[in-house]
Design a protein around this ligand. Structure first.
Ligand code: SF4
Length: 315
């Protein structure tokens, strides 16, 4: 058992008198639980442990964690717990790294149980990746959408094929575009994450342009641009220590972000770069805010807007 999180609105007065608490008293959390920032107030229902890929060179989230789907009985107990204690939370997020990989019949069963026992929940979200989206047929995805799975979060990281290969993402840009479109066509809201700095110095601007190209082709509802953080003991960290990977400076990340936004055409998507790891908070509805955002970045590059100091960056 690792970090244990409890329902945000647990409000168990009986905590001071543990003998009076009905079982179950908490959900069955294992390992490190992560969720997108926008799911901060959601019921965090852990249906898998770890990530089915667990090979991306920059990611240390599930290091050493063997991927597994949690037993049906455990998931049922956790939904029952949420039904008793999480009645004010309107959203559910299915943890961990890649819940969409769960076989179709089991995933449908989980969504039906959520709908039956948590009828106040208006949206269920999950992480997805190119592999889990490839396994599901368009009809599978539509059925999941029909049972309440409303939003998928996918790590694109970059649209640059060479960088996708280097970071061992497991899919090139053609597959990323196809899988992103597949999710959109099935009716999901789609949120993509891209990583500033992931291509190092030499390919920084190529990464920015290619990412803009892929984002435009997928046309997601949300884009979150995060700045690369060094996670000790990951392959990318070891490359950096060995001098084989160049970490770019804040101004270079900003120049990367500028090119990325300039090259991205969305029909009505929201482009965020306001995660705690970023140097300049950006929130732009594209295409409406594109020119104003580029002008803001130009002012920051010229030194007229303060960047977040290094010590304030934290994930
Ligand atoms: S797919 Fe996501 S969670 Fe899994 S290893 Fe890659 S970056 Fe980490």
């Amino acid at each position: 058992m690792g970090h244990v999180l409890q329902c945000h609105h647990l409000g168990l007065p009986g905590l001071r008198r543990p003998e009076r608490i009905r079982k179950p008293v908490t959900m069955h959390y294992e390992g490190t639980i992560i969720r997108p920032p926008s799911e901060a107030n959601s019921i965090l229902l852990q249906v898998t442990v770890g990530c089915s890929r667990n090979k991306c060179t920059f990611c240390g989230t599930y290091a050493g964690e063997r991927f597994r789907i949690k037993p049906d009985e455990t998931i049922r107990e956790d939904i029952a717990f949420a039904a008793a204690y999480c009645r004010r939370q309107r959203r559910v997020f299915l943890c961990d790294g890649d819940a969409l990989i769960i076989p179709q019949a089991r995933l449908l069963q989980i969504l039906k149980a959520i709908r039956a026992q948590l009828p106040w929940v208006t949206r269920v979200g999950a992480y997805a990746n190119a592999k889990s989206l490839a396994i599901k047929s368009p009809d599978d995805l539509r059925k999941l959408r029909g049972e309440g799975l409303g939003i998928l979060y996918m790590g694109l990281e970059t649209g640059d094929d060479e960088t996708l290969t280097r970071i061992n993402k497991g899919a090139g840009s053609v597959k990323m575009i196809a899988m992103g479109r597949k999710a959109r066509d099935a009716g999901f809201k789609l949120s993509l994450t891209v990583l500033l700095g992931i291509a190092g110095r030499e390919r920084s601007q190529i990464h920015a342009r290619e990412t803009g190209r892929v984002l435009s082709a997928i046309d997601p509802d949300y884009v979150g641009a995060l700045s690369l953080m060094r996670i000790p003991s990951t392959p990318l960290y070891n490359d950096w220590r060995a001098g084989a990977f160049a970490l770019i400076e804040p101004s270079e990340m900003l120049a990367e972000l500028r090119t990325m936004i300039a090259e991205t055409s969305l029909s009505q998507g929201l482009f965020h770069a306001n995660h705690a790891s970023n140097y300049l908070p950006i929130r732009a509805r594209l295409p409406r805010d594109k020119e104003a955002t580029l002008a803001l970045i130009d002012r920051a590059l010229a030194g007229d807007v303060a960047l977040k100091p290094e010590f304030m960056r934290a994930l």
